[in-house]
Design a protein around this ligand. Structure first.
Ligand SMILES: Cc1ncc(COP(=O)(O)O)c(C=O)c1O
Length: 436
């Protein structure tokens, strides 16, 4: 593989083939078929290690809760548990998978802007460690479920910190006009907190924010951190109550193409940790436990997707479309928020780049274009195309559109592979359909 790409995308090459964590991607595609999601276990572990070095071991009284919406499968959650991290889930399905993975209940936090009664019952019954309240109906609901099940719950409030975020508008969440979080309006927020104080079943832990995703600038985290710290002080003043925990969310950006600059975790975390310590010292507050919720940054770069090239269509003087056997069904991000990707031909890694093409998916949508204007060597049907950095929000957003089955997922490590999700069959795809 050419130097620059190798540095950025962490693969290696042998005999013209792309290797990912020691495994030949061409052989893997032959063996398991395509589309195929492939994750390097070592790269996931490397991220966990970076979080330990730059956050958990550096600062006492901290936790990392992996935002499993980025990639939630039993095997992934087992890996997260093995690494001793906590877990963030946002639905009954994510929680169900966590339970199936034997994820310890007390290390799970339940987020989500519209949790259903059934989901809350499931979470409270399992005994999740935190419920992060995101709507005004939730406190009453949680309380009544706790009473019914004779359980207690630890409550955080997700706030809308009203900060502007430098990312695509579709993945920005911390701005004032957002469906996420409780607005920073005293008449709205404090009565909710008072309800928690008044309840025997509920314990108030603190505040949570998540400003947005795919960030390469720390200013939104810093601004939101100031908001959360001031709220902590206000709670102390109003109720003489020292909150136990602040959750600063996730959002740490990764490299999709050479245009992206990936900042290390400490770039985001050192300033907010310094700010937290300084603020608490100045105001005579106990430093609370600080939790972060990275999703994308743990799995995105570890994952690639393999597709087989099929139809090739040249529009003279205009564009050459190279079609693959998947696309928006296994990676909706380009269509959903103009996300950019890059990739290579996995069986022609050393060949000269001789043409510009557009990689198009097979779904019946004009927006199903995976990569535009990509330099590739000459390609023919049957070549294997590898898209980099597909580990986050690829599998988890995959669909059966056009009745394409969901791809398999393979973990690779030091030259060994393991299928962790089998390819969906046509029969499985229609198993819940009923003939009339
Ligand atoms: C509440 C919450 N926490 C964490 C995350 C993870 O964000 P990222 O994958 O960008 O780290 C999200 C993503 O949307 C979120 O909504």
């Amino acid at each position: 593989m050419k130097k620059g790409r190798e540095k950025m995308f962490l693969g290696t090459s042998k005999n013209g083939h792309l290797y990912w964590d020691g495994c030949d991607m061409v052989k893997l595609a032959e063996k398991y078929g395509t589309p195929l999601y492939v994750y390097s276990e070592n790269l996931i572990l490397k991220e966990c290690q970076a979080l330990k070095e730059q956050f958990l071991d550096k600062y006492p009284h901290t936790r990392v809760a992996y935002a499993s919406k980025a990639f939630n499968t039993i095997a992934m959650l087992q890996l997260i548990n093995q690494e001793n991290l906590s877990l963030d889930v946002v639905s009954g399905g994510e929680l169900y998978t966590a339970i199936a993975a034997d994820f310890p209940a007390e290390k799970i936090e339940f987020n989500g802007n519209n949790k259903s009664v059934a989901e809350l019952e499931m979470a409270i019954d399992y005994g999740v460690g935190r419920i992060i309240v995101d709507s005004l109906q939730e406190v009453d609901l949680i309380q009544s479920i706790c009473r019914k099940l004779h359980k207690k719950a630890q409550i955080m409030f997700r706030i809308t910190p009203e900060v502007n975020v430098k990312t695509h508008a579709f993945i920005s969440t911390g701005q004032k006009d957002s469906k996420f979080g409780i607005p920073l309006v005293p008449e709205i927020l404090y009565p909710q907190i008072e309800k928690v104080f008044a309840s025997e079943e509920l314990e108030f832990y603190g505040f949570h924010f998540h400003v947005g995703s795919q960030l390469s600038d720390n200013s939104a985290h810093i601004a939101a951190c100031k908001v959360a710290l001031n709220l902590m002080l206000e709670v102390k003043k109003r109720y003489d109550y020292q909150i136990k925990e602040l959750n600063y969310g996730g959002g740490f950006g990764v490299c999709y193409t050479k245009k992206d600059v990936r900042k290390p975790y400490h770039y985001f975390l050192d300033p907010v940790m310094a700010l937290t310590k300084e603020f608490c010292q100045k105001n005579n507050l106990v430093v609370p436990e600080i939790v972060i919720e990275p999703g994308r940054s743990i799995v995105a770069e570890a994952g690639i997707t393999l597709h087989t090239i099929g139809a090739i269509k040249e529009l003279p003087g205009l564009r050459k479309y190279v079609s693959i056997d998947g696309g928006m069904t296994d990676n909706i991000r380009p269509g959903l928020y103009e996300a950019e990707y890059t990739g290579i031909v996995a069986n022609k890694v050393d060949e000269k780049l001789s043409q510009k093409v557009t990689i198009s998916g097979k779904a019946c949508e004009s927006t199903d274009l995976l990569v535009k204007d990509l330099s590739l060597p000459e390609v023919v049907a049957g070549d294997i195309f590898a898209t980099f950095t597909t580990g986050a929000y690829g599998y988890s957003m995959a669909s059966n559109y056009n009745k394409l089955p969901l791809p398999a997922v393979v973990f690779v490590k030091d030259g060994h592979e393991q299928v962790v999700v089998k390819r969906q069959t046509y029969a499985q795809m229609i198993q819940n359909e009923v003939k009339r």
